[in-house]
Write a protein that binds this ligand. Structure first.
Ligand code: F6P
Length: 368
């Protein structure tokens, strides 16, 4: 471990935003590196930043024993929330009215009272921006990025993504056999927000025939033509992997308008697309929305290694006083990037990129 140049003696660790496999591995890596190499005190801040607002009940010291056995565990031992922004904390009064309170000064005061010299903030864009806000107000912060969506430009890969891919690929494999038996068109919806990475890579890994991404506009007609062609060539089933962030194409909208049907409901967009395909292709369609199963379970070996590297590197950044920075994977190296410039830059699938071209070369249809 590199020698310490900062004056840090106590660090806080929090996990914020949606959870993902690998968070516990980061916590474990960071706690071990902090105690074994620098003899720091580590305080776990629970439920995102809530532990800085209510430290009496939501903060606790993390010793080596507390992180023992957590490497293979999904979720986070510290708990998390995506509603706990101390700058705009949502509260509900006795009459049921919602309002926002600025608890940031209280969070800063509590961090000082706990003796925290630096906070390690593990989270996605939103969480990193809150951390940056606290950093600018005088609490040194170091970031660790996470998301199953793999949509952060600053890092080649985020931990959690690989595990999610395993989960979705296994699901697509299972859907294959039943789709084939019943000669059906089967849709599998993945998470990923406005980025199509999970759908694209699990679609390729699972041998999907159609992959629908937010980054590639498609039509129902193109999909149905493709399905018809498969039938004519003797393939009586089709697997369609659908990213949750796609937009409903114009020809599906027209179909619904013609039938005077209600606008498609929000969420589970594959149901709407499946409906449109069934009407257009006149074939039997079934839809599976994988949902939060993609965020659960034990991290894959790749994610365990990446999480451990991120946790250890974040400790190194604190030891060398590189506050306001976040760890990131670039090529073979874990490096430090400025949180301010790194955040907010979403990484989307390139429709002309290598992965899409590879898929197209083996006959995958993107509906475009
Ligand atoms: O960003 C991770 C993610 O799992 C997205 O893929 C998904 O759209 C979203 O979070 C779901 O969030 P929530 O757990 O709040 O429903």
């Amino acid at each position: 471990m590199i020698p310490q140049t900062s004056k840090v003696k106590t660090i806080g660790i929090s996990t914020g935003g949606g959870d993902c496999p690998g968070l516990n591995a980061v916590i474990r890596g960071a706690v071990k590196a902090a105690i074994k190499n620098y003899n720091w005190r580590v305080i776990g801040i629970e439920d995102g930043f809530d532990g800085l607002i209510w430290p009496e009940t939501k903060s606790r010291e993390l010793k080596l024993g507390d992180v023992s056995g957590i490497l293979p565990r999904g979720g986070t031992i510290l708990g998390t929330t995506n509603r706990g922004n101390p700058f705009k904390y949502k509260v509900r009064d006795e009459l049921g009215f919602d309002s926002e309170v600025d608890y940031s000064q209280r969070a800063l005061d509590n961090a000082r009272q706990l003796g925290i010299d630096c906070m390690m903030v593990i989270g996605g864009d939103g969480t990193q921006n809150i951390g940056l806000g606290l950093h600018k107000r005088g609490l040194p912060v170091v970031g660790v990025p996470k998301t199953i969506d793999n949509d952060l430009n600053a890092t080649d890969v985020t931990f959690g993504f690989d595990t999610a891919l395993h989960t979705v690929t296994e699901a697509v494999d299972k859907i294959h056999t039943t789709a084939e038996s019943h000669h059906r068109i089967m849709l599998v919806e993945t998470m990923g927000r406005e980025a199509g990475w999970i759908a694209l890579e699990s679609g390729i890994a699972g041998g999907a025939h159609v992959i629908l991404l937010p980054e590639i506009p498609f039509t129902i007609k193109k999909i149905c033509d493709f399905v018809d062609q498969r039938h004519r060539s003797g393939k009586k089933f089709t697997i369609v992997v659908v990213a949750e962030g796609i937009s409903i194409p114009a020809d599906a909208q027209q179909l619904f308008e013609r039938e005077k049907r209600a606008a498609p409901r929000a969420g589970a967009i594959a149901n709407t697309i499946g409906d449109a395909i069934a009407r257009c292709a006149h074939r039997e369609v079934r839809v599976t929305v994988l949902g939060h199963i993609q965020r659960g379970g034990s991290p894959s070996p790749f994610d365990r290694v990446l999480s451990t590297r991120f946790g250890v590197k974040a400790v190194e950044l604190i030891a060398t006083g590189q506050f306001g920075h976040m760890v990131a994977l670039r090529g073979e190296h874990v490096i430090a990037v400025d949180i301010e410039t790194a955040c907010g830059q979403v990484k989307l699938v390139n429709p002309e990129g290598d992965l899409v071209r590879t898929a197209k070369a083996i006959g995958v249809c993107f509906g475009d």
